[in-house]
Design a protein around this ligand. Structure first.
Ligand code: CTP
Length: 398
């Protein structure tokens, strides 16, 4: 996702500095070129060798290193960076950046950076709650920095509370959000639905399907990385919250209907990747349904759920783009075309679960994008790449 991108990782002196190695490794695995600048205090927690082994670039530590062409280097690193991430960021670096202090390699470089800048603070809860620190963060936000708020949990100082460095996977997701794509969807509001729905039968049982939510989450992440304002209406899944995306968690088809239809009018593009239940138990038992002593079978009356996409097609706003998904096991094109017409869609992304690498659970998909007068067969792609190809097609058609 970060191929050809230069990411500048700033590491400052906190106990969470060891987690910066994981961040560096994840950025490299995403094919970024990573340059690392460490403050003098960071050297007390982790050595430059760790980062050099991971990113294969010389780690920069001090403006006055005589073996280093420092006079140009801090400007060169600033010019080259597509995105900066400071992780972990101490109260000290936040204070310096908010107040224009540039007294070492990291702060002088950041002073010259015009690319998107991210900062992931990590510190003791009382330091985090200090109003001076909070004012400094407000100031950084005002100057365009994105603050990745720390998580809550057990801290190295032995207390529980806010101040724990956010998970490295979440931090890297933010870098991808800022640096991976051209912002060609800026100004557009996009709503994506993802995952399965759960239709309760009694307090312990429910009907659902095999959807993992990965396709819809990739579409939401990609649209956000391309600059769109994204709302993701998600059924129960086991996936992290994508960076810069508003997530609305729902459980049933009825919840999803409410969440989506109530937001329809403010949305430019709606992409319905969710696997919504077509039927739900006609009644939900208050207590657990018990087996019959006579050994007889059980039949469950099911009733139809409302078709959300059909409603959206019927009430389509002028200029609104509506994209559905269609999962088939036979006659994929013919059946998908019928859904395109019946639900008044602009595009339908069809996939056949019987094709290897397509469909639920996996990290890849094989999509055919069908509009009223075009048909684009995509090859086997990662869900991220498939999501971007789908967004390219939407941008071309709308
Ligand atoms: N969909 C919806 N509301 C429902 C059911 C489905 O919005 N109650 C949406 C899905 O999110 C998807 C598309 O409709 O974008 C799938 O269309 P559908 O006709 O439901 O496909 P299948 O469920 O595959 O249809 P069938 O079971 O008839 O094959």
């Amino acid at each position: 996702m970060l191929k050809g991108k230069n990411i500048l990782l700033g590491v400052t002196g906190g106990i969470a500095a060891y987690k910066a190695a994981d961040i560096c490794s994840r950025l490299v695995k995403n094919h970024a070129n990573v340059d690392v600048i460490m403050t003098e205090h960071a050297l007390n927690f982790i050595t430059p060798n760790t980062f050099e082994a991971l990113c294969h670039n010389k780690v920069v530590t001090d403006t006055f290193d005589r073996n280093h062409p420092w006079e140009v280097e801090h400007i060169a690193l600033a010019d080259k960076a597509d995105c900066v991430i400071i992780a972990p960021a101490t109260a000290n670096i936040i204070g310096k950046l908010a107040n224009g202090i540039a007294d070492d390699m990291l702060t002088t470089t950041l002073m010259a950076c015009e690319c998107p800048k991210l900062i992931a603070p990590a510190m003791n809860t009382k330091m985090w709650n200090n109003p001076i620190l909070q004012d400094n963060l407000k100031k950084l936000k005002h100057y365009g920095w994105t603050v990745i708020e720390p998580a809550s949990g057990h801290l190295a100082c032995g207390t529980e509370g806010a101040g724990k460095l956010e998970d490295p996977s979440v931090i890297v997701d933010w870098v991808i959000n800022q640096a991976a794509c051209e912002k060609d969807m800026k100004g557009l509001s996009v709503m994506v639905s993802a995952g399965p729905t759960c239709e309760d039968l009694d307090p312990v049982r429910f009907l659902t399907n095999r959807s993992s939510g990965k396709m819809g989450y990739s579409i939401a992440s990609a649209a956000a990385a391309r600059g769109a304002e994204v709302t993701l209406v998600s059924g129960p899944v086991n996936l992290p919250h994508p960076a810069n995306v508003k997530v609305v968690n729902i459980r049933s088809a009825a919840d999803m209907y409410e969440a989506i239809t109530s937001r329809q009018k403010d949305t430019d593009i709606i992409i319905k990747a969710a696997a919504v239940a077509d039927y739900r138990p006609a009644t939900v038992a208050d207590n657990k349904i018990k087996k019959k002593d006579d050994g007889s079978d059980l039949s469950l009356p099911l009733e139809r759920t409302d078709d959300i996409l059909k409603y959206l097609g019927k009430h389509k706003k002028k200029g609104q783009f509506l994209c559905g998904f269609s999962m088939e096991t036979e006659n994929m094109i013919e059946n998908s075309r019928k859904k395109l017409e019946k639900k008044n869609l602009d595009l339908i992304a069809a996939n056949n679960v019987k094709v290897e690498g397509a469909g639920f659970q996996g990290d890849t998909n094989v999509l055919t994008l069908i509009s009223h007068d075009s048909e684009v067969e995509l090859p086997l792609l990662s869900k991220w790449d498939a999501a971007n190809r789908l967004l390219d097609e939407i941008m071309k058609l709308r």
